[in-house]
Design a protein around this ligand. Structure first.
Ligand SMILES: Nc1ncnc2c1ncn2[C@@H]1O[C@H](COP(=O)(O)OP(=O)(O)OP(=O)(O)O)[C@@H](O)[C@H]1O
Length: 266
């Protein structure tokens, strides 16, 4: 078996409970999983089940209370910010709302160039050409380079956000509801783009979604979360075709029901 790129063991993370003074809310309750190089792992489950918290903790945007986060076998769960720095480049996140993930006063070219310069990934003189190559990779013509975030559509901005993450040649991307705010017509294009770039770069991806159609389309394996626990994990067709838990069965049952009028499109 391939060495996992990322191995998560018994992660526990609690937040203060806003409903009960002094109370805590267990967002991650002993979660363990592996992500192989080049694998897309879907994280599904209802709102509040802990998907985003797990994605952010895997990237060490949160520090877990207990458990291990092994990146290439090295435990990064409790590293200091300074010790984490060399690992940060390898792990990138793409968020749901691309507009709020860009600085409104920075052009797209600057937004992509800044991390390239910060991480000294290419000589300064080559940065403009590298930015254009990245834009092309994500399907944006060079004319977009000088544009500002408010001058672009949601789909175009999400392309730029994917480009900005790819610029750092990461090994793992956590995509958190990366297509759920986009128009249905654009959603398929961005999903195809994610799949193409993932294949080209043999990237590993944790793809967080509440949309089971999307998970089925994109992911090699799927993990189902419920109240901070990982209920089941397996190859996508196995989880969808032969769910083990009643909760997963119920969740998947909703796939077969027609979409409610006015509800989210598939
Ligand atoms: N920064 C935070 N501070 C306090 N509580 C939080 C924080 N982030 C998440 N929580 C709580 O932790 C639990 C898990 O939230 P999380 O956002 O990880 O779930 P999710 O499955 O990603 O939900 P959604 O699909 O709505 O984004 C929820 O009860 C949430 O209210």
């Amino acid at each position: 078996m391939t060495e996992p790129l990322l191995r998560i063991e018994n992660l526990i993370l609690r937040f203060p409970d806003p409903q009960r003074e002094g109370g805590v809310l267990t967002a991650l309750d002993g979660v363990s999983l592996d992500v192989a190089p080049g694998e897309i792992l879907g994280l599904v489950g209802e709102s509040g089940s802990g998907k985003t918290t797990l994605g952010k903790t895997a990237l060490r945007l949160y520090e877990p209370e207990a458990g291990r986060i092994l990146l290439h076998g090295r435990d990064i769960a409790h590293l200091s910010e300074a010790s984490l720095r060399p690992h940060r480049r390898a792990m990138q996140m793409v968020f749901q709302d691309p507009l709020s993930s860009f600085n409104p006063r920075q052009s797209i070219a600057t937004a992509i160039a800044t991390p390239l310069l910060l991480h000294r990934l290419c000589p300064k003189a080559e940065v403009p050409a590298r930015v254009l190559a990245i834009l092309e990779e994500v399907g944006l013509p060079a004319a977009f380079a000088p544009r500002y975030p408010h001058q672009m559509s949601g789909g175009q901005l999400q392309r730029a956000a994917i480009g900005r993450a790819l610029a750092l040649s990461p090994e793992l991307i956590v995509a958190d509801e990366a297509v759920s705010k986009l128009d249905v017509s654009v959603r398929a294009q961005i999903l195809n783009l994610l799949r193409d770039v993932q294949r080209r770069a043999n990237l590993a991806m944790i793809f967080i979604t509440h949309d089971l159609h999307v998970a089925r389309f994109l992911c090699h394996r799927v993990a189902v979360m419920h109240f901070g626990k990982l209920l089941e994990i397996g190859p996508t067709e196995q989880v969808f075709g032969h769910p083990r838990h009643d909760y997963t069965k119920a969740l998947i049952g909703t796939l077969r029901r027609p979409a409610k009028e006015g509800g989210d499109p598939p």
